[in-house]
Design a protein around this ligand. Structure first.
Ligand code: PGA
Length: 257
């Protein structure tokens, strides 16, 4: 599988930011990196972003409701994202879990909704700072995966994003050894739960990924891509991360599939 480089714009971006999407699209068209590239802007920009993005730049949503339609004021379904031109959706981001009280059960229902609508579900997990500091990270992440990743997940319909909450937007990242250890433990769990598909399902790292640290992050074992917040907002910075992914994959047989 090619690495997946996904940008999460969060609640940033008005119409003018479509220029950044067009610009990253042009860069990808010129450089043809060996990576799958996705940008997830706010709902209001999805249809317009899908219209300006070239084929090799995919557009995704940042959340969806579990139901396909109904009396859920303010919500957007996975089917609506698909209708607007999205091919993927981020599910269970720590900001959704924290600010919107999303439980593992809600996250699992949303992942199933994404599959129902034909979208790639990017399911997020990650420990908080106190859990990290008290040595509970592995157990916390294990329990989150157990409860929020439904059976039926496979490399074509799901990517799992490991995002330590304390690394998001903080400029701090785990050491390369910590990433290798956590991603290795997630891989073992995925193989245990999903069999052969678990060996190939992409495990993304997220949390303060920048052009400067992307080469290190992306060359670690079992890192199948990155989920990028702040550094995905500007085409030039995002391109720096994509370039690192293409370099990492060019001398790594894991990505030769
Ligand atoms: P960041 O955000 O890259 O700005 O740390 C990552 C995320 O929240 O997905």
């Amino acid at each position: 599988m090619r690495p997946l480089i996904a940008g999460n714009w969060k609640m940033n971006g008005l119409g003018g930011s479509l220029a950044e999407i067009a610009s990253i699209g042009r860069w990808i068209a010129n450089n043809r990196p060996a990576a799958d590239i996705l940008v997830c802007p706010p709902f209001t920009l999805i249809a317009r972003a899908a219209a300006v993005a070239p084929d090799h730049l995919r557009i995704g949503g940042q959340d969806c409701h579990a139901e396909p339609s109904g009396a859920f004021t303010g919500d957007v379904s996975a089917e609506m994202l698909n209708d607007a031109g999205a091919v993927a959706v981020i599910i269970g981001h720590s900001e959704r879990r924290h600010f919107h009280g999303e439980t593992d059960e809600i996250v699992a229902a949303k992942a199933r909704a994404a599959w129902r609508a034909g979208l790639l579900a990017i399911v997020c997990v990650g420990e908080k700072e106190d859990q990290h500091d008290s040595g509970q990270a592995r157990n916390v992440v294990r329990a989150q995966i157990e409860a929020s990743l439904p059976q039926g997940a496979n490399p074509a319909n799901t990517a799992l994003a490991y995002e330590p909450v304390w690394a998001i937007g903080s400029g701090r990242t785990p050491s390369a050894d910590e990433i290798v250890s956590m991603h290795g433990s997630i891989r073992a769990q995925l193989e245990e739960r999903l069999g052969a598909g678990g060996a190939l399902l992409r495990i993304l790292y997220g949390g303060s990924v920048k052009p400067a640290n992307a080469p290190t992050v992306l060359s670690q074992a079992n890192v199948g891509g990155v989920l990028v917040g702040g550094a995905s907002l500007r085409a030039e910075e995002f391109a720096g991360i994509i370039r690192a992914a293409a370099d990492a994959s060019s001398h790594d047989s894991r990505f030769a599939v």
